[in-house]
Design a protein around this ligand. Structure first.
Ligand code: 5GP
Length: 207
């Protein structure tokens, strides 16, 4: 039976503190053929973060050189640090039918859209601003100034959910992971993506 060859691209965005990284980490553990792309960043590693696992940590100079060489599929300046997705890494992951999920901010999502790349975008909203603030303060190593910046960015960017294909509200981890799984299953089952498999099955229907 033939199967899809190129993988699908999913984008997940959310305000900082909405829990998107935890959600997507659970998702890739559950779903075969779904990989999370690993971003490059110029921000210093936080305690417990590992280079090549959480991010590829690079200097601002290295990041700028990568921009100049056109190596990024998308990149953005978020809270004063650079973040970006390598075009080559993503293309490599998507060969052989692997689906890729990118956890990126709204600026990056707009760039992928502008490239005209086929993708499915999902926005994760917290149940309310109060819940978001509580979660952010709970996990925070930020100064109050950094916290205020994150909250201001969340206020400015949350309404971008309207530009995404799907929206999920992260009230509880497990049901939200299930919701994301359902979205991915639905996208994988779209007729144009199943055509080769369907055609193959239909051959067996011939008398
Ligand atoms: P953090 O520093 O908390 O890990 O991430 C801060 C923000 O950067 C989050 O909103 C996250 O989604 C975003 N981000 C992480 N990697 C990328 C990336 O490769 N590209 C873009 N555009 N944003 C990213």
């Amino acid at each position: 039976m033939s199967s899809r060859t190129g993988g699908l691209l999913f984008i997940v965005s959310a305000p900082s503190g909405a829990g998107k990284t935890t959600l997507v980490e659970h998702l890739v553990q559950i779903l075969p053929n779904l990989r999370m792309s690993r971003s490059y960043t110029s921000r210093p590693a936080r305690p417990g973060e590992r280079d090549g696992v959480d991010y590829h940590f690079v200097t601002r100079e290295q990041f700028q050189q990568m921009i100049e060489r056109g190596e990024f599929l998308e990149w953005a300046d978020v809270f004063g640090n650079f973040y970006g997705t390598s075009a080559r890494d993503t293309a490599r992951l998507m060969t052989d039918g692997q689906d890729v999920v990118m956890v990126i901010d709204v600026q990056g999502a707009r760039q992928v859209k502008a490239h005209g790349m086929d993708h499915t975008s999902i926005f994760v909203l917290p149940p309310s601003f109060e819940v978001l603030e509580r979660r952010l303060r709970g996990r925070s190593v930020d100064t109050e100034e950094q916290m205020q910046r994150r909250l201001a960015t969340a206020r400015a960017e949350a309404s971008a959910f309207r530009d995404y294909d799907y929206v999920v509200v992260n009230d509880q981890l497990e049901p939200t992971v299930v919701r994301l799984q359902e979205i991915i299953a639905a996208e994988r089952s779209r007729t144009h993506r199943m055509r080769a498999i369907g055609d193959e099955i239909i051959k067996s229907f011939r008398p």
